[in-house]
Ligand binder design. Structure first.
Ligand SMILES: Nc1ncnc2c1ncn2[C@@H]1O[C@H](COP(=O)(O)OP(=O)(O)O)[C@@H](O)[C@H]1O
Ligand SMILES: [Mg+2]
Length: 506
């Protein structure tokens, strides 16, 4: 092929080049720089008019062709004046077919019609993934597409935290659906942090002493109810304890009088705590947590895990529908569920054969750094830091990446970046991806619905990709106001609304 341009200057792995055949170049398209024994591959990041006929462009270099092979990295750099051409189709095939043997592609390369963007699925799933994009950019569809491609594998193990009941029909028979709320999550499976989160208001002046006293009561209650495990029990052990022990003992301290008639050290300190405790424990919405009927003994813990994680049904995907979980406890529940997945594999001797993917949809809801409550954040931080050791990988899905702590996001090595219009979010993603790829992020606000920039370890190149449509689609939570308003609605059943409202029944 005739050279169509030449290198003008070089800055690290970025080159500035010139061409007079602008039609063949666009942002995101590929160029190759011809050297003596190899060719370097670059992606164009910007274009400008240099003179009447000449176009100046910058491109980042990502890899090289030599001896009929493509490899990542460019230890060799070009010299000013080196000729530039548009890579041949066979060369592009060579690149994008690098991982073809796995037959795992999320879609078609946007700028190269008909070419699939094959990725290395081992690298994609075994290192944490982040799916980010504005509302409506296509994140939930992307998650459905990704999971539909792997849920059919016989040994796949995926747990999806579905905050808005979007996925109940997205996987057909491949998924087990668990409606948290109907399904009991007994309080005694919570660790100490989660119980504190649930019962103690951090703004209560007595919060610290409440936590100390509660920890003593808990440990004693766990010990007295589980004599067989007495020596190994900790405050976090998943064994039964009696919730009313907390109330009885704290009430006693709150009203304690010493033998000399003076008030005890905690006299009156826990009144506020006890009032809130009672309100919560007796709230009908929290029955699934505080009034377990099925899982009432330490011995039921295995059965609980078996049902929660769909181990009996053998389905590869478990959709944990959290749409009925009251917002007051969503942090604690997200923490509890994620931790159970992690702890389960940590204690599983055969975990190497049972790698689990934990998908956290709408993660900013419970991982928000600005929340006063940090339980879920601390748990997920631990899962992303140590998860790989125990065969647990995390997929974090969020419309507001900036709200998710860098300590979590920086552990992700693969990114599915969809349209993001907020410049702060874009800048944040820029901090998380390798520096050579930052320039490519300029394209993010212009991505179409369902289109993503796939960046990371699993991709041979960062590539703008039209993601395959999921089949079936997840249920979008958006209500089409205009469409709904355009037809006459059925009459409102006011009695039903009031009844449900009063009985707190969704
Ligand atoms: N890959 C895709 N193929 C076809 N349509 C898509 C795709 N991704 C998104 N859409 C469309 O965009 C809408 C919003 O997508 P959704 O995944 O719910 O966005 P988000 O989760 O980012 O808010 C979907 O209802 C669907 O109509
Ligand atoms: Mg969504």
């Amino acid at each position: 092929m005739e050279p169509t341009g030449k290198v003008v200057s070089i800055h690290g792995a970025t080159i500035v080049g010139e061409t007079n055949s602008a039609q063949t170049f666009s942002v995101g398209s590929y160029v190759s720089v011809i050297l003596e024994e190899s060719k370097l591959l670059g992606v164009i990041t910007s274009l400008e008019l240099a003179s009447e006929e000449r176009i100046r462009f910058t491109a980042n270099l990502f890899g090289k062709f030599s001896g009929g092979r493509y490899s990542r990295g460019t230890e060799e750099l070009p010299y000013p004046g080196a000729p530039i051409e548009v890579p041949e189709d066979s060369e592009l095939d060579l690149i994008f077919n690098t991982h073809r043997r796995y037959d795992f592609a999320l879609g078609e390369i946007s700028l190269l019609k008909g070419k699939r963007n094959y990725m290395d699925p081992d690298r994609f799933f075994s290192r944490h993934v982040s799916v980010v994009g504005a509302t409506g950019s296509g994140k939930s569809c992307a998650v459905a597409t990704i999971l539909q491609k792997v849920a059919k594998l016989p040994g796949a193990r995926i747990i999806l935290l579905d905050l808005h009941d979007e996925y109940s029909e997205a996987f057909g028979d491949l998924a087990e659906k668990v409606n948290i709320g109907d399904f009991e999550l007994p309080y005694w499976t919570m660790n100490f942090d989660e119980l504190v989160e649930t019962f103690i208001d951090p703004d209560d002046p007595a919060a610290k002493s409440e936590a100390v006293v509660m920890s003593e009561i808990l440990l004693n209650s766990k010990r007295s109810k589980n004599v067989a495990y007495k020596d190994s029990l900790t405050i976090d052990s998943p064994v039964y304890f009696d919730l009313s022990d907390i109330k009885v003992k704290m009430q006693a301290l709150d009203t304690e009088r010493l033998p000399n008639g003076k008030e005890g050290p905690f006299y009156g300190s826990f009144t506020r705590f006890l009032f809130k405790f009672d309100t919560k424990v007796n709230d009908k919405r929290f029955e699934f947590l505080f009034k377990p009927k099925k899982f009432k003994t330490t011995e039921t813990f295995s059965q609980f895990l078996e049902l929660l994680f769909g181990l009996k049904s053998g389905k590869s995907l478990v959709v944990l529908n959290l749409s009925n979980v009251p917002p007051e406890v969503i942090n604690a529940i997200a923490s509890l569920l994620s931790r159970l997945v992690f702890d389960f594999n940590m204690w599983n001797k055969y975990r190497a054969n049972l790698p689990i993917l934990l998908v956290l949809e709408e993660a900013h809801n419970y991982l928000n750094t600005r929340n006063s409550s940090q339980t879920a954040r601390r748990t997920i931080e631990r899962v992303v830091k140590e998860g790989r050791k125990y065969g647990v990988s995390v997929m974090i899905v969020s419309q507001r990446p900036l709200d998710i702590a860098e300590s979590i996001m920086s552990q992700c090595t693969n990114f599915v970046v969809m349209r993001l219009s907020n410049p702060d979010d874009q800048a944040y993603i820029g901090k998380l991806v390798p520096e050579s790829m930052v320039d490519l992020l300029d394209i993010i606000p212009a991505l179409k619905q369902g289109e993503a920039l796939l960046i990371g370890d699993a991709c041979i190149l960062p590539v703008r990709t039209k993601l395959d449509a999921p089949d079936p689609f997840p249920k979008s939570k958006d209500v089409d106001f205009y469409t709904k308003w355009s037809i006459l609605p059925p009459a409102v059943d006011l009695d039903n609304v009031v009844e449900r409202w009063r009985k707190i029944s969704y």
